[in-house]
Ligand binder design. Structure first.
Ligand SMILES: [Zn+2]
Length: 437
């Protein structure tokens, strides 16, 4: 089997893409039992006789292709479906998979990812290849798709998934929640969060509606902790251009989480991420900025992850500067000094799969962004950020495309200025700060 992306060699296929996932799920909390029917609209990219989907830890009961039963087998986290006939590039197929089982995270180089049962609910931590633990998927950000996710679950529980809440329907044993995303998303941000949540609008002024799902008793305090989020969103619109989705949401889990999780168009924070500290505030800003960098503009290969995390880390610094605390330039100088003490063996634009979530990638990525800003000045820097997000809205970007855009818009030689940050292991020095006007 050919490897689609060496960073996640066990995930993703090159020869087809999925344009739409229609997921009908039934989840029982007590026994942690998931049953689903996934209907995939597949577009063939290369002539093929079989499809390889990702599906981990769940058993397939039946597969239909274009309404006809199809042969399949499951092996090592893959679902191989034999097609009734050879398919040519450009063909479209409807593939329906009925499956069930006890969902659990998959272990990998990045800890456990995927569907996780909580004490009182469940969550999905999809990055980078955890989606396969709850639905059959071509699990790679190169394959963005639209989604309809419908989940029947126990009464008293709220289900959050991607896009907008299209309907809720009472059923004999609970409620069915239907969420629809008409804008494409990378599979790793597809998400189902289940808890005893109150789901309501987040108060505050701002042109983009925001919502909050949090445990009922904790909803008020959580809303208070997120009150700066409207101002953050406005600040990021100023730097990065219009917010790319209709609304932004936050899910707060009843349990503590090691790290917040990004989804589209929402983020998942643990109750421990809402403290009145800069650490909490920077995480809130970081996750919000991923709506531009990572979600609207997704990466085509995991080696370009710095485009997500470098910008998200830089967004923390921009927010700090915006609210009158430490400037991004000060954050950058401090971070440079901190990184200088650490091993210099990480290549930002190709860190290798196991190290792609190394904290140095986040920080060094932000320093590369600061280098660009110092070199071209605020006005041009803002234009580059905005153009990048606008040109690639709901699509993809990669390192080369970013460097080409910088060349095109700034007149600097992007590869000369940013190359040492991106392609050398040794830590470069930051350029001089521009004189204060
Ligand atoms: Zn991040």
């Amino acid at each position: 089997m050919t490897v689609f992306d060496p960073y996640t060699p066990q995930s993703g296929s090159a020869d087809f893409t999925v344009e739409h996932y229609d997921l009908d799920l039934d989840y029982r909390l007590g026994p942690n039992r998931l049953a689903g029917t996934a209907t995939l609209t597949v577009r063939v990219l290369e002539d093929l006789r079989a499809l390889t989907l990702d599906l981990v830890g769940l058993g397939v009961d039946r597969v239909r292709v274009e309404g006809q039963r199809a042969r399949y087998r499951q092996r090592a986290g893959r679902l191989l479906v034999t097609l009734p006939a050879q398919q040519a590039a450009g063909d479209r197929l409807t593939v329906e998979v009925r499956y069930s089982g006890t969902p659990a995270p998959r272990m990998g180089a990045w800890g456990d990812v995927g569907w996780e049962e909580l004490n009182d609910g469940s969550l999905v931590a999809g990055q980078p290849n955890g989606s396969a633990t709850w639905y059959p998927v071509n699990d790679h950000p190169a394959h963005k798709a639209t989604y309809r996710i419908s989940v029947l679950t126990d009464a008293d529980y709220t289900v959050i998934a991607n896009g907008r809440l299209a309907s809720t329907t009472r059923a004999s044993r609970g409620t069915r929640w239907e969420w629809v995303s008409d804008v494409p998303l990378a599979p790793y941000v597809a998400s189902v969060q289940i808890g005893r949540f109150k789901l309501s609008d987040l108060p505050g002024d701002g042109e983009v509606p925001q919502w909050l799902a949090a445990p009922r008793l904790g909803w008020g305090p959580a809303a208070l902790s997120l009150k700066k989020q409207h101002a953050m969103l406005e600040a990021f619109q100023d730097w990065f251009g219009p917010y790319p989705f209709d609304a932004y949401g936050v899910v707060v889990t009843a349990e503590t989480l090691d790290i917040p999780l990004e989804s589209q168009p929402f983020s998942i924070l643990g109750v421990n991420h809402l403290r009145p500290t800069w650490e909490s505030e920077r995480l809130i800003a970081h996750e919000l900025s991923h709506q531009w960098f990572g979600n609207s503009v997704s990466i085509r290969r995991w080696k370009d992850l710095w485009l997500n995390e470098g910008f998200a880390c830089y967004a923390e610094w921009l927010w700090s500067e915006q609210k009158g605390s430490k400037s991004a330039a000060d954050w950058a100088d401090e971070t440079q000094a901190m990184l200088a003490e650490l091993p210099q063996d990480l290549v930002l634009a190709d860190p290798g799969g196991p190290d792609m979530f190394d904290d140095r990638l986040y920080k060094r990525g932000a320093l590369a962004v600061e280098t660009l800003r110092r070199t071209v000045g605020d006005t041009t820097f803002r234009s580059v950020c905005r153009e990048w997000c606008w040109r690639n809205k709901h699509g993809h970007g990669d390192t080369d495309a970013f460097l080409d855009l910088v060349d095109e818009m700034t007149g600097i030689e992007a590869r000369a200025v940013l190359g040492p940050w991106l392609f050398d292991a040794q830590l470069p020095t930051l350029p001089q700060r521009p004189p204060v006007a």
